[in-house]
Ligand binder design. Structure first.
Ligand code: TXA
Ligand code: MG
Length: 326
């Protein structure tokens, strides 16, 4: 059931639900999260069960402020301190060494833990209220079933999990794709998942270059191929490839949806075209809800024009590449 996040009594009620070990879906500036108190392995187990997610996949723990890092981290590497100082509250998750015996289920048994302090006012109000009630942090993966599109509106979450789940409505998520994840547990910082922050922004704050994920990075479902997928198969193409493909498909009964910056020339009756925004931030904001809409409209095939190869599009390119891999 959906509750209005601007109502203080809703925040109190949601905080009580978290204290009691129940699940609460909350808005963040990136996507909606499916939350449970991070210090309660039983409560965290409900997240894995609801999502259908393998229990060895670590979750991000959301905290009210930077001080709360001490509740979960064994120690804080200097590069993590710099990143927190630059980007919290905001769309950056740090992976740091985990304090012994803390949030074991949330960490998926890893020796490290992912921490993020979201900037969304409703998330902040909820995390603060929960902390005052003795909850040091809230484990919350994106509030979608395993392998599906991340939700950017309260209605997306309710549609996926049904009436029994408490969903706090904080409006449509401003950023629209998940946080950037930087692993700070190694000799050099590693970008595990790009988000809306550019590499250059993160590197400037870190004071050193970011390495790319390699084979021995910890398991991370947000980094699996074939993640973030709509139901209909999605293909990425250049604008000329798209034009040619449209010509070849003409007259076929297949329900096609196209998402592109270049508008295909000619008339294509029955083809649903939606313009991709010129700005990366606008495209990120709407990406998952556009794909979800295509699914709802019954698209059988989704063709997307490759976004520009510039740094600010890295997060969107990453999500589309994964959606196309399924
Ligand atoms: O924007 C976001 O980060 C959203 C909102 C709700 O905050 N959350 C999110 O959570 O995307 P989730 O669980 O869908 O993605 C978390 C990612 C996964 O790829 C997970 O494996 C990785 O973070 N992760 C968490 N803890 C980790 C750890 N200790 N080591 C490596 N990866 C970790
Ligand atoms: Mg996810």
């Amino acid at each position: 059931m959906i509750f209005d996040g601007s109502d203080p009594s809703v925040i109190e009620r949601a905080a009580s639900a978290l204290v009691a070990g129940d699940l609460v879906a909350m808005p963040t500036e990136t996507v909606y999260g499916l939350g449970a108190r991070a210090d309660d392995d039983l409560a965290v187990g409900k997240i894995f069960e609801a999502k259908g997610r393998p229990a060895d996949h670590p979750l991000i723990v959301h905290v009210a402020d930077a001080d709360s890092v001490r509740d979960f981290a064994a120690w804080v590497p200097p590069v993590a301190v710099r990143l927190v100082a630059s980007f919290w509250p905001g769309p950056l998750t740090i992976i740091v060494p985990r304090a012994a015996g803390v949030a074991t289920a949330a960490a998926g048994g890893q020796g490290s833990i992912g921490l993020r302090c979201p900037s969304h006012p409703v998330a902040h109000a909820l995390l603060s209220a929960a902390r005052s009630a003795g909850v040091p942090g809230v484990a919350a993966p994106s509030a979608n079933r395993f392998g599906r599109l991340s939700p950017t509106q309260a209605s997306h979450v309710a549609a996926e999990f049904g009436e029994a789940l408490m969903v706090i409505d904080g409006g449509s998520c401003n950023l629209g794709i998940e946080s950037s994840i930087v692993d700070c547990t190694r000799k050099h910082p590693v970008l595990l998942r790009p988000g809306v922050l550019t590499r250059a922004q993160i590197e400037a704050a870190a004071g050193e270059p970011l390495l790319d994920r390699d084979g021995d990075a910890p398991r991370a479902s947000g980094t699996l191929e074939a993640h973030y997928a709509p139901r209909a198969p999605l293909r990425l193409m250049t604008a000329p490839q798209l034009q040619t493909a449209l010509q070849l498909l003409a007259g076929s009964p297949v329900k096609l949806a196209v998402y592109s910056r270049v508008v295909p020339s000619g008339a294509w009756p029955g083809v649903r075209h939606r313009a991709m925004p010129e700005q990366a931030a606008d495209a990120a904001h709407e990406l998952f809800s556009v794909l979800r809409k295509f699914d709802e409209e019954g698209a059988q095939l989704i063709w997307v024009e490759h976004p520009p190869a510039t740094p600010e599009w890295e997060g969107v390119r990453d999500r589309l590449r994964r959606a196309a891999a399924s």
